[in-house]
Design a protein around this ligand. Structure first.
Ligand SMILES: [Zn+2]
Ligand SMILES: [Zn+2]
Length: 138
């Protein structure tokens, strides 16, 4: 143990890291992984989460989005039964508009049309599947 940093709370334990906030040495037991880095238990208890606000915020925002998007999609996916035909109709309508108006945005309509068509296919497939399942079981 001599010559090595010891944990602030456990003098018998070798330090594996130092707290990002207060600099105390922490052992394997005490090291608390936070989004920003390793914290000691007392700093964690004190609510210190952002030793470097910029990176911590950016990372937590990214994490939040990464977590939210699947749930968001889960929440809004039933809406696609309405949006899919609307998107297709809109895309077809706009496609027939004078070329000069849509030329720059045509790829957007193509994308919308593709996504709308895929969603429409997904819905038709789902309905057919459910009907077939209901028939086979009933
Ligand atoms: Zn600390
Ligand atoms: Zn410790």
């Amino acid at each position: 143990m001599e010559g090595e940093a010891a944990c602030f709370d456990h003098p018998g334990n070798r330090a594996v890291a130092s707290c990002l906030h207060c600099g105390r040495f922490v052992c394997q037991l005490c090291a608390v992984e936070s989004p920003a880095g390793v914290l000691c238990p007392s700093c964690l208890a004190a609510g210190v989460q952002k030793p470097s606000p910029v990176s911590a915020d950016g990372r937590s925002l990214y994490d939040t989005w990464a977590l939210c998007i699947p749930f968001l999609l889960l929440l809004i996916w039933p809406l696609t039964i309405l949006s899919a035909p609307a998107v297709i109709a809109l895309a077809i309508m706009k496609w027939k508009a004078p070329l000069s108006l849509v030329r720059r945005n045509r790829w957007r309509f193509a994308l919308g049309l593709t996504v709308g068509t895929l969603q429409g296919i997904a819905w038709v497939w789902l309905i057919v599947y459910l009907v077939a399942k209901a028939r086979s079981s009933g």
